[in-house]
Design a protein around this ligand. Structure first.
Ligand code: DMJ
Length: 416
């Protein structure tokens, strides 16, 4: 088994390294090299000044290091995890955040390295998250204590309720225990089953009563990755229940959320029960959506959405800050991959060249995990990570779909 992982890794490295050779004829080769250089610089600075700090553990960066060919750094990180990382800590963690960053990071680290100790760490960590799912609805509590398993915080947003399918599914796949995937599915299903008559979900839900606390329906942060995981769960595991949930959800989203203003389509916010428009604010987080729309076959809507961060009614920019987020880059990469149209490559080059002015003393882990990764994927001449072979988690951890056995998926995840 380990041999297969190593083989995959070797193929990957061979293909990523090719970005440095001029004979590939890749017009964006210099940009790919610059992204790799920037990844190395950011990683070195992180190691020197902020190791283990600034938001979370450094696990999140691993798949970007592998993908950009920074193998020595990637190997060191595997060693750090195997030798020094322990989750036996009296520490309250936010279930959603650590699932997408720590558990997702460990699982993709295992798939790329084949090191069984990494899987042990992932299983240990996954087991420590599981008590959070012991609520009346099956939606996880906001917090869980890694040592005691004590869970608390009964109001969560829908992204926090429904972004577990990929990580928990991979954990079930590798362990043969369906409990992880089934817990994740029960949680997403609990949200879906509480949709309104219009087929819409709200933003915040009480996980014990199942009542909606906030009925604002949108595609922005707070709901975003709930939709993302319904479709990506289907892409990765082929579970028809997820496809059905996605189809019904996206139909309602596309019916009630978009609004035409002066010839442009905007996705604001509406009430989940009445469909009444409550806000015309769109943000940088919304820009993950073109990627999912494009890959799920809604290309026209994806293209229309790929331009915004704005109050489109007031015609004003609300927040000129940029926290190195990946979403707009992620969607531009998906559209570039799927259409090959130069305008998406031009967008990617534009985003990469933006010169920041005021800076804050903060670097979220998604900058290394996602932002640099999507830029590299777009510019590099590589064919290992394509939309056919890989499903990227919401934190851009690559799960190698091509390496999964469909029969084993069905059995280990208990999919009918
Ligand atoms: C990332 O951590 C994940 O993509 C998450 O799902 C929401 N967005 C942030 C980055 O902006």
């Amino acid at each position: 088994m380990k041999m297969i992982f190593r083989l995959i890794l070797l193929v990957l490295l061979a293909s990523t390294i090719s970005c440095g050779h001029s004979e590939t004829g890749n017009p964006n080769q210099q940009l790919a090299i610059r992204v790799r250089h920037d990844t190395k610089r950011s990683w070195d600075a992180y190691q020197k000044y902020a190791w283990g700090k600034d938001v979370l553990l450094p696990i999140d960066a691993f798949s970007t290091l592998v993908l950009t060919g920074l193998t020595d750094d990637a190997d060191q990180l595997v060693k750090y995890v195997t030798d020094s990382l322990s989750f036996d800590k009296d520490l309250k963690v936010k279930v959603f955040e650590v699932n997408i960053r720590v558990l997702g990071g460990l699982l993709s680290m295992y798939q790329l390295s084949g090191d069984p100790t990494i899987l042990e760490k992932a299983v240990d960590f996954g087991n420590r998250l599981m008590p959070a799912f012991q609520s009346t609805t099956g939606i996880p509590y906001y917090w869980v204590n890694l040592k005691t398993g004590q869970a608390e915080g009964s109001r969560v947003n829908v992204a926090e309720a429904g972004t577990y399918l990929l990580e928990m599914g991979m954990l079930s796949y590798f362990t043969g225990d369906p409990a992880y995937y089934q817990a994740a599915k029960r949680s997403s299903r609990a949200v879906f089953d509480r949709r309104s008559e219009l087929g819409m979900v709200g933003e915040v839900i009480d996980i014990e009563s199942g009542e909606w606390i906030n009925t604002s329906s949108h595609i922005c942060a707070g709901i975003d990755s709930y939709y993302e995981y319904l479709y990506k769960g289907w892409m990765l595991f082929g579970d028809p229940d997820l496809k059905e949930m996605w189809d019904k959800s996206i139909e309602a989203v596309l019916k009630y959320i978009p609004e035409e203003v002066e010839g442009r389509t905007w996705y604001g916010r509406v009430d989940m029960n009445t469909g009444e428009r409550s806000s015309s604010v769109v943000t940088l987080w919304d820009t993950f959506m073109p990627a999912i729309l494009a890959v799920s076959g809604h290309m026209e809507e994806a293209v229309a959405l790929q331009l915004m961060i704005y109050d489109y009614a007031k015609d004003s920019i609300l927040n000129p800050g940029y926290e190195l987020n990946p979403e707009i880059i992620e969607s531009a990469w998906y559209l570039w991959e799927l259409t090959g149209e130069e305008r998406y490559m031009d967008m990617l080059k534009g985003y990469y060249d933006v010169v920041s002015k005021a800076k804050s003393d903060y670097m979220a882990t998604y900058f290394l995990a996602e932002t640099l990764k999507y830029l590299y994927l777009a510019f590099a001449d590589q064919d290992m990570y394509t939309l056919e072979t890989v499903v990227f988690s919401t934190e851009a951890h690559p799960f190698l779909k091509a390496a999964l056995d469909p029969e084993k998926i069905r059995k280990h995840l208990d999919i009918n």
